[in-house]
Write a protein that binds this ligand. Structure first.
Ligand SMILES: Nc1ncnc2c1ncn2[C@@H]1O[C@H](COP(=O)(O)OP(=O)(O)O)[C@@H](O)[C@H]1O
Ligand SMILES: [Mg+2]
Length: 237
């Protein structure tokens, strides 16, 4: 479980996140929604340790990781796929996967498992990542993150700017991943329908504060339509 407790963070003297608390389940999705500039990416950076937290706590599996470096959090099972599908553009798909798998005992097996989840990548193994489409790059980025065998996967707008058919494929895979068990997902997502269907819990972020939260469609006895209308009201859309 990943838990943020009253987190304040920002850039230099500018505080962007003003005391956010949220919980990501051990198995399942917590979705964060909000307009551009609300602070979603900044919140994820604070959770991963890429920016420091001014006050409040980040807990992972009950351990206080607030001051741990990003690499130490990754070693504990946190994986982060930043917004914008970053991979090594000059390396092939296969090399991008291999770079992460190197030094891991189950490296080869993990690459196989990642390719099973994203079969479209199998036909692209020799292609340079820089030549992949946005959707393919996103799949590669998630596949790379999964090779680190995370307990918690943090995804920043995985379907942004991607053609609808591939969006559906990525969404299916995210849901399938959490159903396998043993993986929590903190998902920042603009597609409210998908976010709320897949999520156990949702949070709406506005100007660095949580202005609405509740049970998502994956929570027991919840009603996704109520959640959608609550979120639309909170976001004034
Ligand atoms: N590297 C940065 N340095 C200074 N301010 C930043 C930086 N990145 C983002 N911000 C500011 O933080 C606020 C939240 O941005 P961001 O977290 O990217 O929002 P979102 O992901 O919700 O669109 C914005 O006002 C943005 O201008
Ligand atoms: Mg963002």
């Amino acid at each position: 479980m990943l838990e943020l407790d009253g987190v304040r963070a920002g850039y230099g003297r500018t505080e962007v996140i003003h005391g956010v608390s949220l919980t990501v389940p051990v198995d399942g999705v917590a979705a964060v929604m909000g307009h551009n500039g609300a602070g979603k990416t900044t919140l994820l950076r604070a959770a991963v340790g890429l920016i420091s937290v001014n006050s409040g706590k980040v807990l992972f599996d009950g351990e206080d990781v607030t001051t741990l470096r990003p690499s130490a959090r990754v070693a504990r099972g946190l994986a982060y796929v930043p917004q914008g599908q970053q991979s090594f553009g000059q390396l092939t798909t296969a090399e991008n996967l291999q770079v992460v798998a190197d030094g891991r005992k189950r490296g080869k097996e993990l690459i196989g498992e990642a390719l099973d989840l994203f079969p479209a990548l199998r036909g692209l193994l020799e292609r340079r990542a820089g030549l992949l489409s946005g959707g393919q790059r996103q799949q590669l980025a998630i596949a790379r993150a999964l090779i680190t065998e995370p307990k918690m996967l943090i995804l920043d707008e995985p379907t942004e700017g991607i053609q609808p058919s591939v969006v559906a494929e990525i969404e299916r895979t995210i849901v399938a991943l959490t159903r396998r068990g043993g993986l929590g997902v903190l998902l920042v997502e603009q597609h409210i329908g998908f976010a709320l269907e897949s999520a156990e819990r949702y949070y709406v972020l506005e100007s660095g504060r949580v202005t609405s939260s509740g049970a998502g469609g994956a929570a027991p006895e919840s009603d996704v339509r109520t959640a959608v209308s609550d979120v639309r009201a909170a976001m004034a859309i």
